[in-house]
Design a protein around this ligand. Sequence first.
Ligand SMILES: N[C@@H](CCC(=O)N[C@@H](CS)C(=O)NCC(=O)O)C(=O)O
Length: 426
Amino acid sequence: MKLYTYPNNPRAYKALIAAQYCGAEVQVPPDFKFLEDNRKPEFLRLNPFGQVPLLDLGDGKAVFESNAIARYILESSNRQDMLGGDDAVQRAQVAAFGDVALGRIDPLGRPLVYPTIFPAFFKPDKTRFEEALEQFRAVIGGFERHLTDHTFLVGERITLADITVSMSLFWFFEYLLDPELLMEYRALKRWFYTCIGQPEFVKVIGSDFKPCLKRPDHLKMATSTNADLGGHAGNQGHESSDHAAEVTEDDQTARKPKNAFDLLPKSSFNLEAAKRLYSNADNTREVMNQIWDTMFDPSGYSVWVVRYRYNHELSKTFMSANLLNGWFQRMDHLRKYLFGSMIVFGTSGEPGSCAIGGAFIVRGTGDSLPEPLTEVEDTDLYTWTKADVFGKDRDLVNDLFAWEGKFEGMGPDYDGKPVATGKNFK
Ligand SMILES: N[C@@H](CCC(=O)N[C@@H](CS)C(=O)NCC(=O)O)C(=O)O
């Protein structure tokens, strides 16, 4: 099967992610020329609308429309479970969420994010932006409502609906939904990062998704009168498309901050040696004491106890572990500066039957977390409390690194819950 598309197209990602879930072979011809080849008669015979992505099955057969393509790939590989299985209601729900993605999210790309992604083709339009943002908030508000008490969109596992909707939202997360705007959509954010952290998604989109940290200036200007969005100070003079291109470049630079960890004074603590010692330990608690007493440098590093803020939503241990996997992948670039031990507590059951907590050694000693860490999307899904490993918190921190113990002081979310699994960030 051949998938015609231009590179990095989230609509094409739907098919490629679906293929990862069922092991289907999908080739993306690298020599396909978008806006040229899709206008040729032989392409129009396969898709009369001349659009990509298009799945070419050979022998003159093809499937067009991104949701239909992903559906076909799953269906033809017997992954009916990902289409809602035998349950007619779930099948309809999978289709319904896909329809919302195509009908209500995708059309808002043009006013809301295309001027940033394709500044040469789309000029920002302030009035249209305002209107579209209202419409967008109405749609994502619906998803937020649904996801507040659902882990995934349909049923208890990833389905085609999660693929189609997350990929429709992909560019919005990348170019529009900055942390300020996302404050109101925490469940949506949690769900989106859970989806893109799944190994099948990571194989297609990579593990270094760069979220929107700062809305491009021309969009800030457009929202500067919107009290709802916090009333950004107006920026003048960014209306022309030339400026839009400039702003986009500035924004790209802003998204790659210099690493504040590297600017800190040298420390005597060899974090990598501590990680090695820990990994080879027979008695973790003993080794942690050795690390604190003979290696640790409190003038260069700090220790934090970390608690998931939304334990009341967690009902499955494997999904909780997936949250950690996704988070760790997104923090991959910070391994040199951090050493963490996170635990999934509890057993699968009702919401709140699981909890996530752990401890991290972090480069830097300030009372707030260093910026490179706060820039990782998942960081604010957790509360971070500085721990005193030379006093009252040593036992708790040692328990958290050892994945066993009394865990005294973790709080009521954790009380009486057994350790289900542990994961290290090292
Ligand atoms: N609903 C369609 C939309 C496809 C679409 O808009 N494709 C764009 C590129 S992402 C395209 O081919 N545009 C060229 C054209 O319309 O001529 C889908 O999800 O597959």
